[in-house]
Design a protein around this ligand. Structure first.
Ligand code: C2E
Ligand code: MG
Ligand code: MG
Length: 389
């Protein structure tokens, strides 16, 4: 049978300990004994926390008193109940006992029913304390999640306010001119300066549409001001295709749609977008052109090529990297470039870093290149130094 609770009796009078032990065992309590405060502390130390329910201690003992034991115990285990007993009640010890959080202060000789009642109450309190700690841990964790979410939300709001766009030239290989600039989102908010971190945060907080709008307004505004022949490439998240704002002809981006190419990445599935074909047609009617981005890195489902029927294809940089030394990449990229040409699709090779990669891509039939070799993304619409490109 489960005990009524585990009680440590601390008293220097052996006869008292014996009598209490016998009576309380009879009442169903499990009893431990200590003849002094020091012995009691040693015993508690050896137990670790949590296996004792209540301490029942005499106040007047040689060495440390019951009140000093209580004080030492409080530092060790703040919710272990302590009941103090004394044959000589005195106001000052009673006050100290209460100060240190004694649960009860009983006068000897203690009546058994009162003692049992006090111990039972103490054991229940002990159980409740354990439950409260558990709940605090649980609720504490929840509130930390909430705090983290609120903090992320605040960072994201700051990040949206501090968005700026970097522009990277897409250069034509043969005529050595800038064909277009790809707009890449950045933020001055330090915790979300990277576009992927920004997109991830916006995804988690359900604010992708807000991000898409901020980006499109920034690019649209610049494109309206910029009167050059260059096109602007802008990255769409699949979610952007669901936002009515994208289809507004009076938005800054809508107003310059014929000079804008919308990139849809192969890295994310388009299967969840209802009416995809109609949406794409609407965008085309507005004057936008479409590109499939990250070809070769992509999602292994139905190719977005079939859905989008793009005007432009962007070969992912994983295919481009070291292409001059890797025969498999040459074969794959070569076939893709040839197919693109046959289908009347313009091909951009992304992430070109070296002249050797560029030359190989040129020989395989790429039309356009983008990469650090030509220029890094920059806040201004830079013209590359062709001698290094
Ligand atoms: P992406 O659209 O494929 O963009 C090309 C990424 O390659 C850019 O990274 C660019 O800075 C980087 N890059 C360009 N040339 C080189 C090169 O020679 N070497 C190397 N190692 N990297 C090069 P970034 O700007 O960090 O963007 C990462 C991705 O984040 C983009 O990949 C795009 O998928 C997404 N992204 C960026 N801006 C936006 C945006 O405004 N909206 C959405 N939805 N996604 C965006
Ligand atoms: Mg892109
Ligand atoms: Mg890409």
């Amino acid at each position: 049978m489960d005990s009524q609770g585990r009680v440590l009796i601390v008293d220097d009078e052996a006869s008292v300990v014996r009598a209490l032990t016998r009576a309380l065992r009879h009442e169903g309590f499990a009893i431990e004994e200590a003849a002094s405060a020091e012995a009691a502390l040693e015993f508690i130390e050896s137990l670790g926390t949590g296996t004792l329910d209540v301490v029942l201690s005499d106040i007047h003992m040689p060495g440390r008193s019951g009140v000093q034991l209580l004080e030492a115990m409080r530092r060790r285990d703040p919710d272990l109940p302590v009941i103090l007993m004394t044959a000589v009640p005195a106001i000052d010890t009673a006050v100290k006992a209460v100060e240190h959080g004694a649960l009860r202060y009983l006068t000897k000789p203690v009546e058994l029913p009162a003692l049992v009642e006090a111990l039972t109450y103490a054991v229940r309190l002990r159980k409740m304390a354990g439950l409260k700690r558990e709940a605090a841990a649980l609720l504490g964790r929840e509130s930390t999640d909430l705090d983290a979410r609120n903090a992320l939300d605040a960072s994201l709001t700051r990040a949206f306010d501090a968005v700026w766009m970097a522009y990277q030239p897409i250069a034509s290989l043969d005529r050595r001119c800038v064909y277009a600039y790809e707009a890449l989102v950045r933020s001055r908010e330090p915790s979300l300066s990277n576009p992927l971190a920004l997109i991830d945060a916006a995804t988690r907080l359900g604010r992708l549409n807000d991000l898409g709008r901020v980006v499109r307004r920034a690019v649209g505004t610049l494109a309206l001001e910029h009167q050059g022949p260059e096109l602007f490439f802008i990255n769409l998240h699949p979610n952007d295709l669901l936002d009515p704002d994208l289809y507004r002809i009076d938005s800054p981006l809508g107003l310059c749609a014929p000079r804008v190419v919308l990139e849809v990445t192969e890295r994310m599935s388009l299967e969840g977008i209802p009416d995809l074909k109609n949406r794409v047609s609407s965008l085309r009617r507005m004057g936008f052109r479409l590109a499939v981005d990250d070809l070769g890195a992509g999602y292994a489902g139905l190719s977005s090529l079939a859905w989008i029927e793009p005007e432009v294809l962007k070969l992912d940089m994983s295919l481009v990297r070291d292409i001059h030394t890797e025969a498999t990449k040459q074969r794959l990229a070569g076939s893709m470039l040839k197919l693109a040409r046959d289908m009347g699709i313009l091909a951009v090779a992304e992430g070109v870093e070296t002249a050797a990669e560029r030359d190989m891509l040129a020989s395989l039939g790429a039309d356009l290149i983008q990469g650090y070799l030509v220029a890094r993304p920059s806040p201004t619409l830079d013209t590359p130094r062709w001698d290094t490109a």
